[in-house]
Design a protein around this ligand. Structure first.
Ligand SMILES: NC(=O)c1ccc[n+]([C@@H]2O[C@H](COP(=O)([O-])OP(=O)(O)OC[C@H]3O[C@@H](n4cnc5c(N)ncnc54)[C@H](OP(=O)(O)O)[C@@H]3O)[C@@H](O)[C@H]2O)c1
Length: 337
């Protein structure tokens, strides 16, 4: 566990470009003095970090080597030289994988607090993860009551949020795929999925046809490849495919060989649309308004894997890529609420 009370700060750097799966050797923990706030800035001691599949994509080029890595982070202001940030305030920023950071007021977002809602929720269903699921269902799929849904990577952050939200929004049959029997059970017993399958257990098309024998109206695609091909086959006329991500490909330099059935998009009048959550930040308040009452009533639960200690952030990230998370993978500082 990392003790943040010391006067040293830790920052994670990427030190090499991976081929295939990254390893701990591609990262380094760099120690430095805790920075002093300059006029107009505040010192933030970080409490929660999000590790995400897009970080893997950034490792191929966008992350500068030997420099701090960006990422969604929540921290507490511990010293301030700006009247716009008070000591003790909890803020959200994107300075990422480090224990301490200096911020300007423009770089942070204050998080509203709601009774009974823990801070970690701002990294999961109330954060970019939940917003992605919400945008996918309401703006891209335009889900209607009584429709049937298939979700891939269903036991991950976006996948669990999608299942929870779709259930509250009145979806009929919700089917998911995930990487283990334990995840399949979790989806059915805790998240509200009607059925689920382990995608390792056979061709995705056969597994989906068994779980959703009457077909589906909407496919929420976190994975791409074979599962996208299976969903195209299972979709009814006028079905929609929400393209959220292609996690099956991030560690595989070879292009995916599927889907091979794109002609069905024309034949069944399907609509396939991708989006990036950063273009929908204006819906953040709407997300709070929709989700918070359900969190408070217990109708929506939190799906999170919380790893304690900043010194485990690389392990948490690599574990998430290997599917070791159920719900959103989050790293928590020692002593965080
Ligand atoms: N468009 C956007 O704005 C946006 C925003 C957020 C996230 N995303 C995308 O949404 C997807 C889910 O992201 P998340 O943050 O919620 O991550 P996540 O699902 O919590 O974690 C990634 C999961 O991917 C699964 N996985 C890994 N390799 C796989 C493979 N070869 N085939 C199938 N599944 C595999 C693993 O679960 P299993 O055990 O089930 O394999 C792992 O738990 C990703 O594609 C991500 O890039 C997009």
């Amino acid at each position: 566990m990392n003790d943040l009370s010391g006067a040293r700060a830790l920052t994670v750097h990427q030190t090499a470009r991976p081929h295939g799966f990254p390893t701990p050797a591609d990262f380094a923990f760099v120690e430095s003095a805790v920075p002093e706030p300059a006029p107009g800035t505040a010192l933030v001691e970080n409490l929660y970090w999000s590790v995400d599949p897009y970080h893997r994509e950034m490792m191929d080029g966008e992350f500068e080597l030997n420099a701090p890595l960006e990422g969604r982070t929540i921290g507490r202001v511990t010293a301030s030289r700006t009247p716009d940030l008070a000591e003790g305030e909890i803020v959200f920023h994107r300075h990422g994988w480090r224990t301490h950071t200096l911020v300007t007021p423009e770089e942070v977002r204050r998080l509203p607090r709601f009774d009974g809602v823990p801070l970690s929720a701002y990294m999961s269903i109330l954060g970019g993860t939940g917003l992605t699921a919400y945008v996918g269902l309401t703006r891209v799929a335009r889900l209607r009551e009584g429709e049937d849904l298939f979700v891939s990577a269903a036991a991950g952050g976006v996948g669990t949020a999608t299942g929870r939200l779709a259930r509250v929004m009145g979806a009929r049959r919700i089917v998911g795929s995930a990487g283990s029997a334990a995840k399949v059970s979790y989806l059915k017993e805790h998240v509200g999925y009607d059925d689920a399958f382990d995608y390792h257990e056979g061709p995705a098309a056969a597994l989906l046809a068994k779980a959703a024998p009457d077909g589906i109206d909407v496919y929420v695609d976190n994975v791409g490849g074979e599962q996208l091909e299976a969903a195209i086959e299972g979709l009814r006329e006028f079905g929609r495919i929400v393209r959220i991500g292609t996690v099956a490909q991030y560690n595989d330099p070879e292009p995916l060989s599927a889907p091979r059935n794109l002609t069905e998009i024309v034949e069944k009048s399907l609509r396939m649309e991708g989006f990036h959550v950063r273009n929908h930040r204006d819906l953040q308040e709407e997300l709070y308004e929709y989700v918070v009452p359900h969190l408070q009533s217990g109708r929506i639960g939190l799906d999170e894997t919380i790893v304690d200690g900043f010194d485990h952030i690389v392990d948490a990230f690599l574990g998430m890529l290997r599917g070791r998370n159920v719900g959103k993978m989050i790293v928590r500082a020692a002593g965080a609420e």
